[in-house]
Design a protein around this ligand. Structure first.
Ligand SMILES: Nc1nc2c(ncn2[C@@H]2O[C@H](COP(=O)(O)OP(=O)(O)OP(=O)(O)O)[C@@H](O)[C@H]2O)c(=O)[nH]1
Length: 721
């Protein structure tokens, strides 16, 4: 295609060149014709002058010749104002018009030649005068006798042909030139620019009539055509720029090149597309082959035995299946190399296959199109469990077999394990349950089941929130959250009737990273709690008097002090001792002493309010805790009352005993003080009461000093009350 186009382009260029040459020639000819025409006209005018001159015997003058509508005006356009001169036979200028002429031309060759009259009556030449040059027409004049009488000279300006004359049309940049063949001086025009009288080495050779030259005038390459005017010693030259001459060829070239480029691009695009398609095709074929190879490798490496069976018919009914393909595992299962198995009927390869009903299953799958999946245990050899899957394909079936014996065994083991654990859990007295990560009850043992049944609840599969109820769930939620965060939680529950010790044991996943639920172990500890309470109580009671013992007292004192601090209330603590108890023991025996202690305690209880607490610390020492004391005076009054109460004789099974008591009384509101320190303070005051002679009490002056109706010290014996 490109060769054809390049050839065509060459042809176009050659033809454009030819056209350019022809065109230039035509124009050079036109220019030459124009020049010839005018010069011939001028010469005719000179001839007319010659004739008239000779007829009038030399009387005709130039004024007559050049007048308007005269001979000259009829042949040469008057606007040219053609210079004309008349020379006498001696060569002197006789007359002239429109120009400057030499005064004497007697010595000039043209004159001498004409004067000599060697046949020539007219001479054309191209003399230069200063910066200009002319085309000179000179004609011999004779007198009536035929003798030389002078010369008429007409001058033509080359500019007329080049500048004014517009019939030679050239394309822009074209050059029109008229040159003197003798001197080489020329007048030329390129567009509007005029070159007058330029010496020019234009001719490449006389024979060259067309040429491409850069040299003339402006260095522009042109295609020149030359026309010689030998009669006038001139040559007419026209040149077209190569650009304009070859413009059509160039345009055509662009057109061809554009078309062929577009076509080439189209072909290139199409070829690229085809190549890409080919590559893609090759790639996808490669991928398909690779995929097929991988699929085969995967099938062979599969843990499943894979069989492709094709139905074999006899009389229209399927009587067997032929083994169309089998993977490595399948071949191994059948105990033969794959190549030996292919194409054989299954009935031949596995005799038991027909009797054990496989053929019927395959027929059914093929007939219905419904796949079949089952697990079965082999009946021959070592028992194995197989997962069996049959799918219909074309006119046959695809069968997969997988040995699931290990899975089956572990499932069985798991089930047995689970059953064992359930038996254990069901026979435990504790309630046991399992709650998963979504707080759904997944398991409970029998004991917990009975508890749920008692409350009419079905727990399995239901959320803890629903099973427990909103209120209970809200109470237990903190424990649930801690268990879910992986913490083993232990707490006690008491429903008013019964007490439980509850444990939440988190269950981590196999990796031990996440908690997937928690176990609940709930033990009924009601009996233990009751016993515990009984023992605590026992431990805090004085067996002799039935009052609280030291432990009971300390417990109560601590509670009471906390209460006061919290409520900024006032409490009183009394430390009492039986005065001269030892003599009672000594005199009446220990039993009477014990009876006295019991009676003493009885009188104390009697003297106090129901909320007050009496304790026996040991021996004959007693304490009293009075809470909610409104004013210190109330406690002082009570102390005095006790002192008085003990002054009355005790009748102890017929034995009358007189004793008295001494009391140390202190108060507490919110000071930073330990219970032992407060007791010690009361003991100190008791000591002071003993020192004061017994049968009295001593109160803490910080409180007893307050203005009160009761004195800070009280001496019952002195009757100060
Ligand atoms: N019967 C009886 N006597 C006890 C018991 N515990 C301690 N005692 C006696 O109580 C007496 C305590 O006497 P003290 O308080 O030291 O002496 P006191 O005779 O009361 O003298 P003052 O307290 O100073 O008036 C001792 O003789 C103890 O043996 C008890 O449980 N039963």
């Amino acid at each position: 295609m490109w060769t054809a186009v390049l050839y065509q382009l060459r042809q176009e260029r050659a033809s454009a060149w030819e056209e350019g040459v022809l065109h230039a020639h035509e124009q050079a000819r036109t220019l030459a014709e124009n020049v010839t025409f005018l010069l011939r006209q001028a010469d005719h005018a000179a001839q007319l002058f010659q004739v008239k001159f000779e007829e009038t015997g030399g009387a005709l003058r130039l004024a007559e010749f050049t007048r308007p509508n005269g001979a000259l005006a009829s042949l040469v356009p008057p606007r040219l104002e053609m210079p004309v001169a008349l020379y006498g036979r001696d060569g002197h200028l006789a007359d002239s018009l429109h120009g400057t002429f030499d005064g004497n031309v007697a010595a000039q060759p043209f004159f001498r030649a004409l004067a000599a009259g060697a046949g020539d009556t007219v001479r054309f030449d191209t003399p230069s005068a200063g910066p200009a040059w002319h085309i000179r027409i000179a004609r011999r004049l004779n007198d009536a006798g035929g003798r030389f009488a002078g010369v008429i000279v007409l001058l033509a300006d080359p500019n007329w042909f080049i500048d004014d004359y517009d019939r030679v049309q050239t394309a822009p940049g074209g050059l029109v030139l008229l040159q003197s063949a003798a001197s080489g001086v020329a007048t030329a025009r390129v567009d509007e620019r005029l070159y007058g009288a330029v010496p020019l080495r234009f001719n490449a050779g006389a024979q060259v009539e067309e040429a491409v030259l850069r040299t003339p005038l402006d260095g522009v390459a042109r295609l020149y055509a030359r026309r010689a005017l030998p009669r006038y010693g001139l040559q007419a030259v026209v040149g077209h720029t190569l650009d304009s001459a070859m413009a059509r060829a160039r345009r055509q070239g662009y057109l061809y090149l554009g078309a062929v480029t577009a076509a080439s691009l189209l072909v290139l695009g199409f070829t690229t597309l085809l190549t890409q398609q080919n590559r893609r095709l090759a790639r996808s074929m490669q991928a398909a082959n690779e995929a097929q190879r991988q699929l085969r490798a995967a099938v062979d490496a599969s843990l499943d035995a894979l069989f492709l069976l094709k139905a074999h018919r006899s009389g229209g009914a399927i009587d067997d299946f032929l083994l169309a393909d089998v993977n490595e595992r399948g071949a191994a299962m059948m105990g033969h190399p794959r190549a030996e198995l292919l194409g054989h009927p299954m009935g031949e390869l596995v005799p038991a296959w027909r009797s054990e009903g496989f053929i019927d299953k395959y027929r059914a799958v093929l007939a219905t199109g419904q796949p079949l999946e089952e697990e079965f245990e082999t009946r021959t050899g070592e028992p194995r469990w197989l997962h069996h899957q049959i799918v219909a394909i074309d006119d046959g079936v695809a069968v997969t077999l997988r040995d699931i014996t290990p899975v089956r065994r572990s499932v069985m083991a798991l089930r047995e394990n689970e059953a064992r654990l359930r038996t254990i859990a069901d026979n435990m007295p504790a309630m046991i349950a399992y709650v998963d990560r979504d707080e759904i009850y997944r398991f409970h043992n029998r004991s917990y089941g009975q508890e749920f049944a008692r409350r009419g609840i079905e727990a399995i599969g239901r959320p803890a929130r629903e099973v427990l109820g909103e209120r209970r769930y809200a109470e237990l939620l903190p424990h649930i959250r801690r268990a879910q965060a992986g913490e083993a939680v232990r707490f006690e529950e008491d429903d008013g009737e019964r007490s439980f010790e509850v444990m939440y044991i988190p269950q981590p996943d196999e990796d031990g990273r996440r908690v997937i639920g928690f176990h609940v172990v709930r033990n009924d500890v009601t009996a233990q709690k009751t016993e515990q309470r009984r023992l605590v109580k026992l431990a805090q009671v004085d067996p002799l008097t039935g009052l609280a013992n030291r432990a009971g007292f300390q417990h109560r004192l601590q509670e009471a002090m906390q209460q006061c601090r919290a409520q900024r209330a006032l409490m009183a603590l009394m430390y009492l001792d039986v005065d001269r108890f030892k003599p009672v023991n000594d005199t009446h025996g220990h039993a009477v002493g014990d009876a006295l202690l019991r009676a003493f305690g009885g009188r104390l209880v009697h003297a106090l309010r129901a909320g007050d607490m009496v304790a026996r610390l040991g021996g004959d020492e007693f304490t009293i805790v009075m809470e909610g004391v409104r004013r210190p005076e109330d406690a002082l009054g009570t102390a005095a009352k006790i002192v008085r109460a003990m002054q009355a004789p005790f009748d102890l099974d017929g034995v009358t005993v007189h004793i008295s008591t001494s009391i140390g009384l202190t108060f507490y509101r919110d000071a930073e003080l330990a219970p032992a320190q407060l007791l010690q303070r009361a003991d100190q005051l008791l000591y002071e009461a003993k020192q004061a002679g017994r049968n009295t009490f001593r109160a803490d002056p910080a409180f007893a000093a307050a203005p009160t109706a009761v004195p800070a010290t009280w001496d019952a014996e002195a009757g100060a009350a």
